[in-house]
Design a protein around this ligand. Structure first.
Ligand code: PLP
Length: 229
């Protein structure tokens, strides 16, 4: 099937209030254009450099969509990232949040939306905050969120998680459940400058389970574009 038909099919399949972030790493500009023409509203990129090239090549179409940073953000790339991205989903420490905050003004933006990334499986190979390293984790996250919420040029709007990758997506369900509980807990605190709107979890092999477990933002590449070459 074509990219546009894949997108439309998934869009029709999942609830309206679930945002699809199209994961575009390594894809061509023509492929991304086809998806944007089919109605994609949000684009996710892992690499700042590649995002910059895509943004320029897409010209007017680039400004029609929201850009999400979903890869690890190095401090020396923040300035450039702020020129491209509307949302940074991969904040994993107060230091990173403060580094972003400091540069937002310089980028002549008033505020940037950020999500905290949780490495819910505490996987050594992945980015994000690992529960196993910060028990009791619920308290740790709450403190981090309170600290980040005091930064002036940042608005905390969500949590992001990858979750372990299993052959059977059912196996990731308990990890998504735990992330959802943390999300609801933070939302319930009703902190100033925090607007917990988005729970970003679920990818091609797991978005069905993720939505059942309360995700309202899925990041999908393969199911729309096909396998990466
Ligand atoms: C690549 C990627 C995705 C999309 O993965 P697919 O399996 O291709 O849907 C989602 N989130 C992140 C952080 C990614 O790096």
């Amino acid at each position: 099937m074509s990219i546009s038909r894949n997108y439309v099919k998934i869009r029709e399949e999942i609830p309206k209030d679930v945002t699809i972030v199209l994961s575009v790493k390594t894809r061509t500009v023509e492929q991304i254009e086809e998806a944007v023409d089919a109605g994609v509203t949000d684009i996710g990129q892992n690499y700042v450099q590649e995002a910059g090239q895509m943004y320029s090549a897409l010209q007017k179409k680039a400004a029609k969509v929201r850009w999400h940073m979903i890869g690890h953000l190095q401090t020396n790339k923040i300035n450039k990232a702020l020129r491209i991205f509307d949302v940074i989903q991969t904040v994993d420490s107060l230091e990173k949040a403060a580094a972003i905050d400091k540069r937002v003004e310089k980028a002549r933006k008033k505020i940037v939306s950020v999500y905290v990334e949780i490495n819910i499986g505490s996987e050594f190979s992945k980015a994000g905050i690992k529960p196993a390293e910060h028990e009791p984790f619920e308290e740790y996250i709450e403190k981090l969120i309170r600290d980040v919420s005091e930064l002036e040029h940042i608005r905390l709007e969500g949590l992001m998680t990858m979750g372990p990758r299993f052959g059977d997506p059912e196996e990731v369900r308990p990890y998504f459940k735990r992330t959802r509980r943390i999300f609801e807990r933070i939302k319930g605190l009703d902190l100033p400058n925090v607007d917990m709107k988005y729970l970003s979890m679920g990818m091609t092999n797991s978005y069905g389970v993720a939505i059942e477990e309360g995700s309202n933002m899925v990041r999908i590449g393969t199911a729309i574009f096909g396998k990466r070459g």
